[in-house]
Design a protein around this ligand. Sequence first.
Ligand code: PEP
Length: 247
Amino acid sequence: MKKKLIAGNWKMNGGLAANEALAKALLGGLSVPACNVAVCAPAPYLAQLQVLLANSAIALGAQDVSAHESGAYTGEVSVAMLKEFGVRYAIVGHSERRQYHGETDAAVAAKAQRALAAGITPIVCVGETLAEREAGKTEEVVKRQLAAVIHANGHCISEIVVAYEPVWAIGTGKTASPEQAQQVHAVLRAQLRAASDHADRIAILYGGSMNAANAAQLLAQPDIDGGLIGGASLKAPDFLTIIAAAG
Ligand code: PEP
């Protein structure tokens, strides 16, 4: 059976002292996890986290990556730079990037491609807004978002991680029910199976107000292979409880 992945998305939170306290609390509370664990930190703190998490069971992730190799792209961070700090995962296409930075499906696909080529696992986020769900467009939206990544990446698709993150559930305290989440995960799994013979090894994470209380039920669904956790990843006891639920 493939191991689940629990990835924390710290978003634009933290600072040198807070990161150190959080990383130490996580490492102190983590024996040998039965699942894979990662934290996706803000770019300026990757160097700090690389040191704090060295030789530990917690892998390092970034929250975004440039689709470009290098050059005149002010503010962007390249895969080569991430590699220098031991980054293993990069979130791409988070709904906050799509919403506030106008990232298109094609841009997200290009970022995933760049990450894969460098040996960084992209955590490709897909998810519908509340209006799209209410209009009955959930499937259409997530399939369109994932199709762009499949189209750009061909057989390499088996190396990605997918995160289903309904936009209406992110940071709102409203979680998709385990049944709602499983329904969409099954759709994504079928789409991946049609694209790759190795689709069953692709982890499909659920994200959207996953917390210590609801994680076990969500993670028990057959096509939920882990979680992408925002708010609850900033509290060590809660994140550790979610990790234990994935064991
Ligand atoms: C996220 O930002 O990826 C996320 C799932 O956030 P939260 O857990 O806070 O809803």
